[in-house]
Design a protein around this ligand. Structure first.
Ligand SMILES: C[S@@+](CC[C@H](N)C(=O)[O-])C[C@H]1O[C@@H](n2cnc3c(N)ncnc32)[C@H](O)[C@@H]1O
Length: 323
């Protein structure tokens, strides 16, 4: 089944009653473009909000900006230790991060791409290595968080990619005047993360199974299953998200739907995903529907392949309109 968009994100009517915040980071698979469709499946009411593949958190910031997360327990999970380390630091020390970013932005204005590579190779990667614990957690500091934001704003397409040794290896992007330091945004993001009942969790999506209860809203945005072998882009971390991971995720999504959670999942229209949700009797029996929506694929080194594609929204929430 194909589904129409809610009002366009930038129409004045669609502006949220709270204050809108754009995600802090550009992120592979970021969902800002899909928000007009996703919004149709935000449940009218819910208990907790849980997002097990947080990334740049387009849906979280959308819900937050709309005032939908007030007085709500929120759990934001991602397996990327840098991402969670950076967010934790922005949450607790936004002014220190902003100060470090000002310094990096000034150096970039004169040094450009050479400055990008100097920060990446002589500072960010060595410091990350020193601050990484035996369990893989990275004890982020304001300096390191500012570097991650700087590399994200000035690197190629905002990618986060590491090599086999775990070193960040994204090349410099080509931006004339990248917006690097934005104190107001940092302060707003810090405020959004500072809600007393919000938890940032470094970990894997499976923890949601012991966490989510009936009435909770869980939005899943896993690394997409590749449409073809050449379109494979799953290296958000050094680990790939495999077909087996997609299957384990499907079991959890079904279990939570049966439990009475409001579930919403986005994924590609790869055949393996169609088999897990669209042509799957267990998914149907759990009340899940697989809907096709148009989307633009941004992460592709070949610009010609960034054309329109369809994506799946899989949900047990009845379609509504936002206003
Ligand atoms: C498609 S992105 C999410 C994008 C996000 N919705 C946004 O708007 O930016 C997928 C995210 O899942 C994370 N991830 C990958 N494997 C994971 C796992 N096993 N458990 C939790 N998170 C994982 C990646 O680090 C990445 O941030």
């Amino acid at each position: 089944m194909r589904i129409a968009a809610d009002r366009p994100i930038d129409s004045p009517i669609a502006k949220s009653p709270g204050y809108p915040i754009r995600p802090l980071l550009k992120w592979a698979g970021g969902k800002r473009q899909l928000l007009p469709y996703l919004r149709r499946f935000y449940p009218p009411s819910f208990n907790r909000y849980i997002e097990p593949f947080f990334g740049s958190g387009a849906v979280f910031f959308d819900l937050h900006g709309a005032g939908r997360l007030r007085d709500c327990d929120v759990v934001l999970i991602d397996s990327n230790a840098d991402l969670i380390g950076c967010y934790e630091t922005v949450r607790t020390q936004p002014d220190a991060v902003a100060g470090e970013l000002d310094v990096l932005a000034a150096a970039h204005a004169s040094g450009g791409q050479a400055q990008y590579y100097a920060v990446r190779d002589q500072q960010f990667n060595p410091i990350r290595d020193r601050l990484r614990g035996g369990d893989g957690r990275i004890a982020y500091t304001p300096q390191l968080a500012a570097m991650l934001i700087y590399l994200n704003r000035t690197g190629f397409n905002g990618l986060f990619r590491v090599n086999a040794r775990g070193a960040f290896n994204v090349p410099a992007g080509r931006y004339d005047r990248p917006k690097i330091a934005d104190r107001e945004k940092l302060a707003r993001v810090a405020e959004a993360f500072s809600a007393a009942r919000l938890r940032l969790v470094w970990g894997s999506f499976e923890s949601v199974l012991s966490l989510a209860e009936s009435g909770d809203f869980v939005y899943f945005d896993p690394p997409y299953a590749p449409l073809s072998r050449t379109a494979n882009f799953t290296s958000y971390t050094a680990l790939r998200f495999t077909a087996d991971d997609q299957l384990r995720l499907q079991r959890i999504v079904i279990a939570l739907a049966v439990r009475g959670c409001h579930v919403l999942l986005s994924n590609s229209t790869a055949d393996e995903i169609a088999a897990l949700y669209d042509r799957n009797a267990d998914a149907r029996a759990a009340g899940l529907r697989a809907l096709r929506v148009p989307a633009r694929r941004m992460i592709n080194s070949n610009a010609a392949r960034r054309g329109p594609v369809e994506e799946y929204l899989i949900t047990n929430v009845a379609a509504g309109t936002r206003d």
